[in-house]
Ligand binder design. Structure first.
Ligand code: PAF
Length: 258
């Protein structure tokens, strides 16, 4: 019997349910974990404010056909004296998310390694919305010989293109109306790069357009899709446009294929 793991921090939306759906298509049993992992939040980030909706989450998972929910307590994941973490390089040090959230990937990789080992699942489903996370976790599982195949699932979007995220609920009505511009702008950059326009110029123009609309970009870059390294030659096969922007007090991330 094949099993698929869907690691989450709860506050489930259609994006998570798509991961469950893809898990059900890939394996016979789907295990979902719900754990808001303090190790991936820096001091001052939204750990305390992060939405916690466990009862509703379990109902959604039941309706979606998940077989098991594991929602460990903090001390179960991090017992007294916990002091071992996963150390990362490669896609975790790409100067993208890691530049703005320096402890994020170590926290993610550590909890994901623990969940992979505890669950012993054949597959694990991760959304492409967190593209760098997907690459970091894929590399980590391969490097540490954890026999769980990481499967990336395309981003689920609202009708206006905004990538679904638990943090979207922090947006005011006005910000929510502006937010889809991020995805549109990434698509414009991808289209520019596809027709051979200068990558640096396409990215700086896009950052300017976002600023004019009220976003505060942390980064907007085109990278080699697999390694997330900077693009050195246009013959690189697959490229990805990735961005993180603040809109008011909400940080949005998104990415599209070129
Ligand atoms: O993407 C998330 O929700 C989290 O980073 C994850 C993978 C569940 C680890 O805490």
């Amino acid at each position: 019997m094949r099993t698929a793991l869907v690691p989450t921090m709860g506050a489930l939306h259609r994006g998570h349910l798509r991961l469950v759906e893809m898990g059900l298509r890939t394996a016979d049993r789907v295990v979902v974990t719900i754990f808001v992992n303090p190790q991936q939040f820096a001091p001052g980030e939204d750990l305390d404010a992060y939405p916690r909706t466990e009862k509703a989450d379990v109902e959604k998972l039941r309706a979606a056909g998940a077989h098991l929910v594991y929602a460990p307590a903090l001390l179960e994941m991090y017992p007294e004296g916990f002091c071992s973490t996963v150390s990362l390089a490669g896609p975790a040090k790409a100067d993208l998310e890691d530049k703005y959230r320096p402890q994020f990937f170590e926290g993610v990789a550590t909890v994901v390694a623990k969940l992979f080992i505890a669950a012993g699942c054949d597959y694990a489903m991760f959304g492409e919305k967190d593209f760098q996370q997907l690459k970091v976790v894929t590399r980590m599982a391969r490097d540490l010989s954890i026999p769980t195949g990481v499967i990336g699932v395309p981003t689920v979007r609202a009708d206006d293109g905004l990538a679904l995220s638990s943090r979207n609920e922090y947006l005011s009505d006005e910000e929510r109306a502006t937010a889809p511009l991020l995805h549109r702008t990434l698509q414009e950059v991808a289209a520019d790069v596809r027709v051979g326009k200068d990558i640096t110029r396409a990215c700086s123009g896009a950052r300017d357009r976002l600023k004019q609309a009220g976003f505060r970009p942390d980064y907007l870059e085109v990278r080699v899709a697999d390694s997330l390294a900077p693009v050195e030659s246009r013959s690189e096969t697959e490229l990805r446009v990735l961005a993180a922007c603040w809109l008011g007090k909400t940080r949005l991330i998104d990415n599209v294929a070129v």
